[in-house]
Design a protein around this ligand. Structure first.
Ligand code: DC
Length: 247
């Protein structure tokens, strides 16, 4: 059901919405926040595709920093070393026939990002001020022309408090663990129970950290995707956007 992240093309033969296109009359910046496995990636991509908007997976940026840190032998909680690392880091999304790729200093590292090790290191690095400051500026630059769907944890609260439309997508931890388990390329070596434990641990770290913790913006529309298909979630979002923009 879930096409996974990064290396997959932006089309969905399984979706009733695959032929749907609608361009809002004013350029919107849309944020979708929520915990791991809530369905943000697929839903954000489909929504962006329907609207003809850019899709930005900000978790991939945190994973990119974590990847670069681990490769350089920098502990993902060492703020000073992370700051020096970020000063010389160029993170860029590029589209090719395989979908959206993440490049660090010109090197395609997309395939290396989806491991439990990188996920935990990204969660740790994402609590460091140097990393958040670096990515805050980069994300705002990416959103300067609007017409984009940004997916993350603090999009509606910190990075784009002036976003036109804000969603907070959630699901119960078991449902999220099952989704992540199916989506992982190499689930060998990790049981579903371990996956659920890892998700709960990351939720805890992401929600409790002092800087930009995971929480819904006060005006965010909250959607629980536990019992919903991806199409149903996207339909709800589209309906909300249509109503809000008077379309
Ligand atoms: O969505 P993801 O699993 O790829 O995110 C990886 C980590 O990055 C996650 O543990 C929290 C962090 N993150 C963040 O702090 N802020 C964001 N906007 C996106 C991700």
């Amino acid at each position: 059901m879930n096409p996974g992240k990064g290396a997959f093309p932006d089309h969905w033969p399984d979706s009733d919405l695959s032929g749907t296109r609608w361009r809002p009359s004013t350029p919107l910046l849309i944020t979708i926040d929520g915990p791991a496995g809530a369905g943000k990636t697929t839903v954000s991509r489909r929504l962006a595709h329907i609207l003809g908007y850019r899709y930005v997976d900000t978790g991939a940026l945190y994973r990119g920093v974590a990847f670069a840190a681990l490769e350089a032998g920098i502990p993902p909680d060492d703020d000073a070393k992370l700051a020096a690392l970020c000063a010389n880091l160029e993170l860029k999304f590029e589209k090719n026939l395989d979908g959206t790729r993440l490049l660090i200093n010109g090197r395609d590292i997309t395939e290396a990002l989806r491991t439990p090790e990188i996920a935990m290191a990204a969660s740790t690095a994402s609590a460091r001020p140097s990393v958040r400051t670096y990515l805050l500026a980069l994300q705002r630059h990416m959103g300067k022309d609007r017409c984009a769907v940004f997916e993350g944890r603090d999009m509606g609260t910190v990075v784009f408090p002036d976003a036109d439309v804000k969603f907070f997508l959630d699901a119960d931890p078991h449902t999220r663990a099952v989704r992540r388990f199916k989506e992982m390329r190499h689930p060998e070596g990790m049981t579903l129970e371990e996956m659920e434990a890892e998700i709960r641990k990351r939720d805890e770290a992401d929600t409790r950290r002092a800087l930009a913790p995971l929480k819904p913006a006060s005006e965010a529309v909250r959607i629980d995707s536990s019992g919903l298909t991806e199409d149903q979630v996207v339909q709800r979002m589209l309906e909300y956007i249509r109503t809000k923009t008077g379309a």
